[in-house]
Design a protein around this ligand. Sequence first.
Ligand code: SF4
Length: 322
Amino acid sequence: MNRYHGLSAHLHRRFGTRIRKIPLDAGFTCPNRDGTLSRRGCAFCNGQGSGTGLHADGMDIEGQWNRWRAQLGAKHHTDRFIAYLQSFSNTYGPIERLERVLSRITSLPGAVGLCIGTRPDCLDDDKLDLLAALPLPEVWLDLGLQSSNDDTLRRINRGHDSAAFARATHAAADRGLAVCAHIIMGLPGEGPHDFLRSARFVNALPVRGVKLHNLYVCTGTPMERMFKEENYCPPSLNTYIQSVIGALELLRPEIVIHRLAADPAPGELVAPDWAADKREIHNAINRALAAADTWQSRALAPHAPIPTIFDPTIPHPEDVAP
Ligand code: SF4
């Protein structure tokens, strides 16, 4: 029994088959790295910006797509994929560049959707209009918030505040775009209480998806220095699990959960050790949800049963067949 509204269940219900994401690196940068806002980046981010680095290796979008498509298609027995522009801030820069990248993505064989990761301060009306007009059935705007606490955002050198996130979310939702909010548990100076506040904050906005991340200390980041100087201690696995459960209970049932844990790239994890095993974190969260007999949205409707929208086999009126 699913106790939260997972992305794979959502996609399976919409498309009737398994859909996988393909990470694409289109060579975008970030204003928090190129000197426009700062050169330091966010405290937890290394110079890879969560990317594969394939663009820097000279591989174009089509080459990356074909490589992953062959691998993932054989492994997961599917020929339909969502393009995931994950590296850095993918709406940063001139709109003409974004337009060219999006036009290539819509022509990729087997592409049924797009997830595009960016910062709330890298969007304007024209870029949002462009994204809203994409001829793909599944389009997600992945927007980083990380914390609703502006003191924390300053501490981690985020370069925008929570109000910027709220403005961008409303502007996107007004155009029918699905926003997926990212929030992190374990940021410096924060505890579980702050993470739950961030969950309440995004729940009150017109977001359609949420990514829950544990903060892990990554090589080559300001967080690594803080950790080695004993100015930062990551939360335990148990604290993370209980925090995720608390956050899920606060989220509306229709919000799609895109992620329950971060996924460090090989070789970049400094601490905590438990962050290396994403599958086990997922399993532990599922076991803890079952043991507590709780689920996403439980705190909003304590006497209601588990929502049927969590079940991929039961059609839901919100789903429109592509
Ligand atoms: S906005 Fe994203 S890419 Fe830029 S520094 Fe922060 S985490 Fe890294």
